[in-house]
Design a protein around this ligand. Sequence first.
Ligand SMILES: *Cc1c(COP(=O)(O)O)cnc(C)c1O
Length: 372
Amino acid sequence: MKSIMQVKFLDLKKVNEPYFPDLMAATQKFLEKGWYILGDEVTAFEKDYAAFCGTHYCAGVSNGLDALRLIFEAYKLLNKLKEGDEVIVPANTYIASILSVTQSRLVPVLVEPHPDTYNIDPQRVEVAITAKTKAILAVHLYGQLADMDALNQIAVKHELLVIEDAAQSHGASNKNGKVAGNLSNAAGHSFYPGKNLGALGDAGAVTTNDVELYETICALRNYGSHKKYYNLYEGYNMRLDEIQAAWLRIRLLGLEAETTRRREIAQMYSSGLVLPELKLPVEANYGKHVYHIYPVLHPHRNELQKYLESKGIQTMIHYPLPPHKQQAFSQWNHLAFPITENIHLHELSLPMSPVHTDEEINYVIEAINNFK
Ligand SMILES: *Cc1c(COP(=O)(O)O)cnc(C)c1O
């Protein structure tokens, strides 16, 4: 029997492998130094990542959810938000975006995405604004920027804060070359291992140009303390580990080349896939996609996924159940968001990573084009 090619959705070990020598050298240095929490490596990564995003400030934190939580909690301490304020969020997102709002005792107001970009639709945002609305949480889903110019205009008009969830969009840029994390008042980033910039465990960051917000978050992540053993706020333990920071500095050096490869693969898919009824991702004219995910929509998504599995091709669904249909949010289960639900019913994520070969991607393209 002819053995078939196996194409993984994402091989994390292979993604990290080119960095092994540098990661080991950094680990050795870390062990010899013997400093584990909030030291030079965290400070250096914060400087590197702020420079990458083009922001004045970056605070390393424990993960992406905590990054967003810290932004909301800090704004509450700074009297820019208060319990019960409404925050507009996309209905089509990973649940963590919405958890950051509810866990901060703010009220999420779900808004449908644009059917082409899959990101929050600014026209629908305007309609959802009430007297209680105080912020918009924009998510750059799948690696594509939300329409930040339109959202920022609405925010200025209605005096709202804008916060980015940049967990899936490291390095995604707008027409002027401004990067995700520098397109709003403050942004939460995740370095979960599977993200475009991944740590070897949990990690995250907040970027902002607002010094007051930055200083409040630096205290909040560390028990609310500005000065050791003196606590201004009832804070948290939401710090970025020294070792993760050391590893992230190394991975950050390779991010641009990795993004270039992701875009090459996306280009191969977009020009090679000709299966009728397959909806390919649409790259918005206002920004540059970094293809954390290459999402396609197909009316027979489940059959297509099974067929690809029989060909040795692993795919994923982002995501099978939208937040408003989750048991965790049973109070919203009766609501209808047809555009969001359509995406969740028909979305399939094709193999995508900086280490997939042309041969693998061509094999996936050929298999999909032969689907009956
Ligand atoms: C991964 C992710 C998060 C959460 O990040 P963690 O580091 O896993 O806490 C938040 N929002 C989006 C859109 C994500 O993809």
